[in-house]
Design a protein. Structure first.
Length: 347
């Protein structure tokens, strides 16, 4: 178990002379981060374990700067456990790079075993080799506000769906008289009816207990609906303020716009080109050529939520947008299938 106090691990190596620039690699966890410092030549200078608190971040940077000037840091999980550390290092003028976690199958083939220090050192070496995944999304600004509220909305929608399913299940197993009254009702009508049920304060038979349960679940459904409506109002306002031009486009609603904004983040400049964003959304074609056959296949990677949003936008625009329908007709005459045309539209 990792303790919450600072621990410096001696490596038995001598610090090289001169003020060589230092690269930091961090393996992130819920309660403590493990850091390893390397110099520009790849020599390991030391390791440290520090708590995931503001004071812990200060101690980490102080320890690293005691070994040499820090300019770059490779951090795992910058959108989860490493979010706080990434914010702190960025605020101190240190370039933070996202590092992917090592694949488990690679660990087994290398025969190096698994340890937090090994993962932290691997993160630093990835930065030194210039193979980091890139600059992470910043976790401040209006897009981060949209992300947080959108996460709350998705959880509320999921819970409301579960409540609706539970209501229907209770009706299926209800006593005959109660089931006959409720089985043909729509979800909206079922909720309205169940809320008005008046079971006893102390149900002592299956029918009274079912009435009590139905009313309880129906009240939960209504409360979640009110929560979703409140979140929708906030998201509509924030998305319109963050990118009015995006929501003004045909087929782009608040939910789709929020999805694309969250995918890009508060610092979309980290994406070097339009092709970078297409790759991030999983809509860039992937070359699958071999020999004399030159072809491209569907990209199954990227942000699938953003990919879903682009797909929905394409479906809507293909139905009623004049320019999109003309584009579809032109590409169809060129011999492309509907699926291939949609891939082109998404790109």
């Amino acid at each position: 178990m990792i303790e919450g106090r600072k621990q410096t691990v001696s490596t038995g190596e001598q610090r090289p002379g001169g003020a060589l620039e230092l690269v930091l690699g961090v393996d992130t966890h819920l309660d403590a981060h493990v850091a390893v410092a390397l110099d520009q030549l790849g020599r390991r200078l030391g390791a440290a374990i520090l708590p995931t608190t503001a004071k812990g971040y200060e101690e980490l940077l102080s320890w690293a700067e005691g070994l040499g000037p820090v300019r770059r840091a490779g951090v795992e999980g910058t959108s989860s456990y490493g979010a706080g550390l990434a914010r702190y290092l960025s605020s101190r003028g240190i370039e933070v790079l996202e590092v992917e976690r090592p694949k488990r199958r690679w660990r087994g083939t290398r025969g190096d075993g698994k340890s937090d220090q090994a993962d932290a050192e691997a993160a630093a070496r990835v930065v030194l080799a210039g193979e980091a995944a890139g600059v992470p999304k910043s976790s401040d600004g209006e897009v981060e506000i949209i992300r947080v509220l959108r996460a709350a909305r998705r959880a509320a929608v999921k819970a409301r769906t579960q409540a609706a399913n539970q209501l229907k299940t209770l009706v299926v197993t209800a006593p005959d008289g109660l089931r006959g009254r409720l089985r043909e009702l729509s979800t909206k009508a079922l909720v309205a009816t169940a809320v008005r049920l008046r079971p006893g304060e102390r149900p002592d038979n299956p029918e009274e207990a079912t009435r009590f349960a139905l009313r309880s679940v129906a009240r939960r459904y209504r409360a979640l609906s009110e929560e979703i409506a409140e979140l929708d109002a906030q998201l509509a306002r924030l998305v319109a303020e963050a990118s009015p031009g995006l929501v003004a486009l045909p087929g782009v609603g608040t939910d789709h716009a929020a999805t694309l904004l969250v995918a890009a983040g508060n610092n979309p400049e980290r994406l070097r080109s339009e092709a970078s964003f297409a790759s991030l959304c999983g809509v860039s074609p992937v070359e699958a050529s071999s020999g004399k056959v030159v072809r491209h296949r569907l990209n199954r990677g990227g942000n699938r939520d953003a990919n879903r949003a682009l797909h929905s936008i394409c479906v809507v625009r293909m139905g009623w947008d004049r320019r999109t329908r003309a584009y579809v007709a032109r590409r169809t005459t060129e011999g492309k299938s509907k699926r291939e045309v949609m891939r082109c539209l998404k790109r």
